[in-house]
Design a protein around this ligand. Sequence first.
Ligand code: B12
Length: 134
Amino acid sequence: MMIPVVLSAALLLLLPGTLTQSFRQVPIDVVVENSLHDIKPLTFSTHVAYRGILLGALKGLMDTNANFKFTYSDDPNYGPYLESVNGVAGNDKDHTYWQLLVKTADGKVIRPDVGIGCYLPKANEQIILTFSKW
Ligand code: B12
């Protein structure tokens, strides 16, 4: 008889923590850099919804910071493709594009194998948008 009571009490104690985590905003940095021209990188501190997509964080940043803007197109197979950042656009003629890199919390730089519509940033990651050549 006591066991279900104890279990329910434990569940009630755990539940608020679980809910807080699900609604949490996760801090990230967005770094805009240009590997082709000598331009100082810009760093923006922002946040993403817990397990939310990078695209949502970029839209939120653009809505709240006049120094960050971006455009994207919709690829039928792979979703959102990052076309331009702060007025600089990649193009096929020059073989330029905005590469998506991520510096993880432990300092490793990775090149995600998905785009801005699928990548789920984790707490304290640095999202690096770098203008590059392919
Ligand atoms: C060539 C290529 C590129 C070239 C495209 C250059 C060009 N204009 O031709 C470049 C270097 C620009 C590129 C970039 C990226 N790519 Co790419 N790319 C490919 C590759 C090897 C071939 C695509 C192709 O030519 N198909 C043939 C043509 C006829 O079909 P298409 O539909 O017209 O192809 C277009 C799309 O594929 C699009 N495209 C290419 N990559 C990506 C990535 C995303 C997220 C989107 C929305 C569109 C897109 O560009 C092609 C030309 O217009 C594929 C893998 C494969 N074998 O299919 C990966 C692939 C499509 N790319 C991928 C990724 C992850 C990226 C990047 C996000 C990598 C990064 N971390 O920076 C970036 C995109 C960043 C951004 N700005 O949004 C993934 C997508 C997986 C996914 N589910 O999201 C794939 C499947 C490779 C993989 N990892 O398995 N890519």
